[in-house]
Design a protein around this ligand. Structure first.
Ligand SMILES: [Zn+2]
Ligand SMILES: [Zn+2]
Length: 218
C-alpha cells in the first residue's frame, strides 16, 4: 500500500528521468534544455550569438596569427649563405663561415732565422664575407672552411693574403737580389717542388725557411 504522496513522488521522479533523457542538450548560457544537438545549436545561435560565433572567430584568428607569425619567421630568416666577394684564385668569399668541410694546416715562415707573423684575419672581410681559406689568429694556423671538400694550395692562401710566394720571392724578400736561398719542409720533410703547389690538407705543417742563416738546421 503506497500513499498518495509516495505515488506522486514516484511518478514525478519517472517524469524527471524521462525529461532528462529527452532533454539531454543543455544550454550552458541560460540552462534551457533541448532534445537534439541541432535544437540546442539553433537556440544558441539565435539567443546567444556572441557565444556561438566567438569561439569560431577565435579559431580563425588563431589560424591567421599562426600564418602571419610563420610568414614573418620565413621572411626574417637569415638569407642563405652565398658568395658575396670576388673569388681569389678560385677560392670564394661567402657571407657566412662554412663548416661542412673544416680542416687546418699550419704555416711558419722564417727569414734569416726570424719568424715572420702570419697575421690574424687573412681572408676575412669584416661585415662582408669570409674566404674558404682564412686565419683567426696569428699562430700560423690556416683554416680551410668550405661548404664542400676542397683541396686548396699554399699558393691560393698567399693570393688571398696578397703576398708573393715563389722560389724567387716571398713576402717582402727578393731572394735573387739578396742572395738568399729557400728551404721548404712539409710535415718535417724537405720539399723541393713549387711551394705554391703544396696542398693544405688537414694537420699539415709547412715551414718556409729563408736564409742564411736558416732557422731549421739541416
Ligand atoms: Zn673560420
Ligand atoms: Zn677552423
Amino acid at each position: 500500500m503506497t500513499t498518495v504522496s509516495e505515488r506522486f513522488a514516484k511518478d514525478n521522479y519517472a517524469g524527471a528521468v524521462l525529461a532528462v533523457l529527452r532533454m539531454r542538450y543543455r544550454c550552458r548560457s541560460c540552462g534551457a534544455t533541448f532534445a537534439s544537438r541541432e535544437a540546442l545549436r539553433a537556440h544558441i545561435r539565435s539567443k546567444h550569438p556572441v557565444s556561438y560565433y566567438a569561439p569560431r572567430i577565435g579559431y580563425v584568428s588563431a589560424l591567421v596569427l599562426v600564418a602571419l607569425v610563420g610568414g614573418y619567421l620565413v621572411l626574417a630568416r637569415e638569407p642563405p649563405a652565398q658568395a658575396v666577394g670576388a673569388p681569389i684564385s678560385g677560392i670564394e668569399c661567402w657571407s657566412m663561415e662554412q663548416v661542412a668541410y673544416h680542416v687546418h694546416a699550419k704555416l711558419e715562415v722564417y727569414v734569416r732565422g726570424e719568424r715572420r707573423t702570419v697575421p690574424a684575419n687573412i681572408g676575412i672581410i669584416p661585415n662582408r664575407c669570409m674566404y674558404w681559406l682564412h686565419t683567426h689568429d696569428a699562430t700560423g694556423w690556416i683554416h680551410v672552411e668550405a661548404p664542400r671538400e676542397i683541396r686548396p694550395t699554399l699558393g691560393q692562401f698567399f693570393d688571398i693574403w696578397g703576398q708573393p710566394l715563389s722560389r724567387e720571392r716571398v713576402l717582402d724578400v727578393d731572394l735573387v737580389s739578396s742572395g738568399l736561398g729557400m728551404r721548404v719542409y712539409v710535415d718535417g720533410k724537405p720539399y723541393d717542388g713549387d711551394p705554391r703547389e703544396i696542398e693544405l690538407i688537414d694537420m699539415r705543417e709547412i715551414v718556409i725557411d729563408v736564409g742564411p742563416p736558416f732557422a731549421i738546421s739541416g
